[in-house]
Design a protein. Structure first.
Lengths: 114, 112
């Protein structure tokens, strides 16, 4: 069964550094999402992406964040200047249609900002 | 604004008992209600979902009920087993968009 994959599984970075989290969504899916989960808390929506552009973003997704689909398979989340409070698990998800359709989650990238 | 409330936050049951987790949502346009199971350190995995045109859906020991008038939906797990122990999240899209708003999660512990 196809799966969403993410790399790296764990990223440690110093405050102020840039990080890029990578995701490979399921190949025939058209909608892509990033969520984050601070340890012990609920999953929070960051951004959705369709047709090569952002379709919606949350308040968390400020100017420090950006997303890109550089080629036909990868979907990346960049944090330009990391803060301590960016430490969390970041999940990529994809779905075939945008609404009422199962979202398949990747295994996550644990980001630790020191 | 968009909100999904989930209760209880923790639930402990004996093996073989039933477990019920409840969620309420705020946006009456929501039409899709998935439930995810998350084991420690793992990804959320969909276990069951329901759409607004039905009131109940069952898959073996798991069932979900939906009350659109009251804007709440519930997860029912019967004959619980220790491997059901995990955190369960409900979710809803706030309108016709794709993003999911998650509840706060319920940590289910099934004691042998």
């Amino acid at each position: 069964e196809p799966e969403v994959t993410q790399t790296p599984s764990h990223q440690v970075t110093q405050m102020g550094q840039e990080v890029i989290l990578r995701c490979v969504p399921i190949s025939n899916h058209l909608y892509f999402y990033w969520y984050r989960q601070i340890l012990g808390q609920k999953v929070e929506f960051l951004v959705s992406f369709y047709n090569n552009e952002i379709s919606e973003k949350s308040e968390i997704f400020d100017d420090q964040f950006s997303v890109e689909r550089p080629d036909g398979s990868n979907f990346t989340l960049k944090i330009r200047s990391t803060k301590l409070e960016d430490s969390a698990m970041y999940f990529c998800a994809s779905s075939y249609t945008g609404t009422g359709s199962e979202q398949y989650f990747g295994p996550g990238t644990r980001l630790t900002v020191t | 604004g968009e909100n999904v409330e989930q209760h209880p936050s923790t639930l402990s049951v004996q093996e073989g008992d039933s477990a019920v987790i409840k969620c309420t949502y705020s946006d009456s346009a929501s039409n899709y209600f998935p439930w995810y199971k998350q084991e420690l350190g793992k990804r959320p995995q969909l276990i069951i979902d329901i759409r607004s045109n039905v009131g109940e859906k069952k898959d073996q020991r798991i069932a979900v009920t939906l009350n659109k008038t009251a804007k709440h939906f519930s997860l029912h797990i019967t004959e619980t087993q220790p491997e059901d122990s995990a955190v369960y999240f409900c979710a809803a899209p706030p309108y016709q968009g794709g993003k999911l708003i998650f509840g706060q999660g319920t940590e289910l512990s099934v004691k042998p």
